[in-house]
Design a protein around this ligand. Structure first.
Ligand code: AMP
Length: 190
């Protein structure tokens, strides 16, 4: 099985690019953000716990998302691998993912990191707010907290994977098609 991580700041285009990637490479898309939003919509206890944190632009506890990922890995029928989107977002999550995959005799295949500057993050999120209606996209102070959280907690995850050569960076500026082309020419190598 292939285990790809789609990495990058909020607004980099991870969700947008994921659709074409899962189709072309027969992967299951696992977005922890989307899974959490469906828990919120279903009004589950986990959703209620996550809602306040998400709407403040903060991360939910590591154990919560780690548990979600593990249960999704057990539903692998008919696919050649997984595309993790929005996970891992902390060093602790990256370590826990390595341990989890190790127990299954598997490993992370590659980290595909879509990079955009902070100015473009704000522009993309403001645009998305008018389309998707996400509460955490609408308020500038929440967006600021997400960008800060990304730099403090998530960016170090890049170095974690870079040190053993599993980390690949692509330029996320440009049209959806341009970025998709860059991702494809990278992924065709694996
Ligand atoms: P996303 O859809 O990936 O932008 O995620 C939306 C929000 O869900 C984030 O701002 C976090 O509050 C929460 N979230 C998603 N994935 C994770 C994760 N791996 N660890 C902690 N919180 C997460």
């Amino acid at each position: 099985m292939k285990y790809y991580i789609l990495f990058g700041p909020p607004g980099a285009g991870k969700g947008t690019q994921a659709g074409a990637m899962v189709e072309k490479y027969n992967l299951r898309h696992l977005s922890t953000g989307a899974l959490l939003r469906s828990e919120i919509a279903a009004g589950t206890p986990l959703g209620r716990q996550a809602k306040t944190l998400i709407e403040a632009g903060s991360l939910v506890p590591d154990e919560v998302v780690e548990g979600m990922i593990e249960s999704q890995f057990n539903q692998a029928e008919g696919v050649d691998g997984f595309l993790l989107d929005g996970f891992p977002r902390t060093i602790a999550q990256a370590e826990s993912l390595d341990a989890l995959l190790n127990r299954r005799g598997e490993e992370v295949t590659a980290v595909v990191s879509i990079m955009i500057p902070d100015t473009l993050i704000r522009e993309r999120i403001t645009h998305r707010a008018s389309i998707e209606g996400r509460a955490d996209d609408a308020r500038p102070e929440v967006v600021d907290n997400r960008i800060r959280t990304y730099h403090e907690k998530t960016e170090p995850v890049a170095a974690y994977y870079r040190k053993d050569g599993r980390y690949y960076e692509i330029d996320g500026a440009g049209s959806i098609e341009e970025v998709r082309g860059r991702i494809r020419s990278l992924m065709d190598r694996f």
